[in-house]
Design a protein around this ligand. Structure first.
Ligand code: 3PG
Ligand code: MG
Length: 402
């Protein structure tokens, strides 16, 4: 895979695919981490005299055509503003994706200047399953530039026009973020220091069963937390009341548990839970052992015995991958499990990787500095699919040709 240093970018228009998919509250960016993570690549390109045209998506716009989507938003304009503040130089904003404004904006750049195109998902072809539709948009995007740099790690698992098709049309390289993220994933999948402990949480086992299957061949210990753990507990015959439960996944989970047993992988589940009378920040709640879970309550967090158990099961780890919070950390009353987990992982000496939007947001919201972990990934789905052993379309495209 080529890197930016392999391209002669001075004086050229470089189309940079970044992942600037930040959480928004109206037009307010609530976490700018993904913008920050893209700065090294932008600075390198601009510093070497490139004219940088950034292409990115924001959210999942709805509507049949471009006009409906553009009217409904979300617009990337607030991201252009924030990016300009962080870069310390103005960022021009094109009001369309690959139309007149995009062409004029790209043509108006001087060496070292930066522009951002409007939300690429306003173009329905971006995410189309129809190869010809994607190729059409890819051709229009490619005409804006003479080189392509792929640095949108969080979107590499998407077979989208700007991620997968454009690199086939222009000489291309991987950006700094993609290289850094892939290097960490490579370390996790090639001979990790042992014990290798994987902590998986989040709402749905169905999203993560494939990863678990693949990880059983790699990890020494699997700690299941949060929303996912209730289906695991149910598979072991426990009452979980009104907790999150994917009933149809119980047979699969039972298979995974049996397979873990055969392979000698230890699976650690909660032993006590915080049972709340409803899903609310001020819900009435009490700690109960998993064997006594009340039928009319739902679990919103892990209990103190579980927090201690998880800390013990992490103490000897030399490699940790963590994806998915342990409870409803957004509510302070139910953040103790996620906080304890983050604390235990931060104490591990070895490679510690926090993967995924929710867990990354959780550690930041709970006040952990980035230095508490070896790496906080900007991509959840992309990291998990890589660990699953799947090929990431965007990565395949960057690896091909050049
Ligand atoms: C993400 O936020 O996970 C990436 O930016 C990809 O977005 P998507 O899940 O909407 O494809
Ligand atoms: Mg996603």
């Amino acid at each position: 895979m080529k890197r930016i240093a392999d391209l002669d970018v001075a004086g050229r228009v470089v189309l940079l695919r970044a992942d600037l998919n930040v959480p928004l509250d109206g037009e307010q960016i609530t976490d700018d981490n993904r913008i920050q993570a893209t700065l090294p690549t932008i600075r390198e390109l601009a510093g070497r005299g490139a004219r940088v045209v950034i292409c990115a998506h924001l959210g999942r716009p709805k509507g049949d055509g471009y006009a409906a989507r553009a009217a409904g938003g979300p617009s990337l304009r607030p991201v252009a503003t924030r990016l300009g503040e962080l870069l310390g130089q103005p960022v021009a904003f094109a009001s369309d994706v690959a139309g007149e404004s995009a062409a004029a904006t790209a043509a108006g750049l001087a060496d070292g200047q930066v522009a951002l195109l409007q939300n690429v998902r306003f173009e329905p072809a971006e995410t189309s399953k129809d190869d010809a539709a994607r190729a059409g948009l890819a051709g229009r995007l490619a005409r804006l530039a003479t080189l392509y740099v792929g640095d949108g790690f969080g979107a590499l698992h998407r077979k989208h026009a700007s991620v997968y098709d454009v690199p086939g049309l222009l000489p291309h390289a991987a950006g700094e973020l993609v290289l850094a993220e892939i290097e960490v994933l490579r370390q996790l999948t090639t001979d990790p220091a042992r014990p290798y402990v994987v902590v998986l949480g989040g709402a749905k086992p169905s999203d993560k069963l494939a990863v678990i299957g693949n990880l059983l061949g790699q990890a020494d210990r699997l700690i299941i937390v949060g929303g996912m753990s209730y289906t695991f507990l149910a598979a072991q015959g426990y009452e979980v009341g009104r907790s999150l439960l994917e009933k149809d996944q119980i047979p699969h989970v039972a298979d995974v548990l049996a397979e873990a047993g055969r392979r000698g992988v230890e699976v650690v589940l909660p032993v006590d839970l915080v049972a709340a009378d409803r899903f609310a920040p001020d819900a009435d709640h009490r700690v109960v052992p998993v064997a006594d879970f009340p039928a009319d309550r739902e679990s919103l967090d892990m209990g103190p015995a579980t927090r201690e158990l998880f800390a013990r099961k992490l103490a000897d780890a030399r490699t940790v991958f963590w994806n998915g919070p342990a409870g409803v950390f957004e509510f302070p009353a139910f953040a103790a499990g996620t906080r304890a987990l983050a604390e235990a992982i931060s104490k591990v000496s070895g490679l510690t990787v926090v993967g995924g939007g929710d867990s990354a947001a959780a550690v930041r919201q709970l006040g952990f500095p980035a230095t508490a972990f070896s790496h906080i990934s900007t991509g959840g789905g992309a990291s998990l699919e890589y660990l699953e052993g799947r090929t990431l379309p965007g990565l395949t495209a960057l690896e091909a040709g050049g």
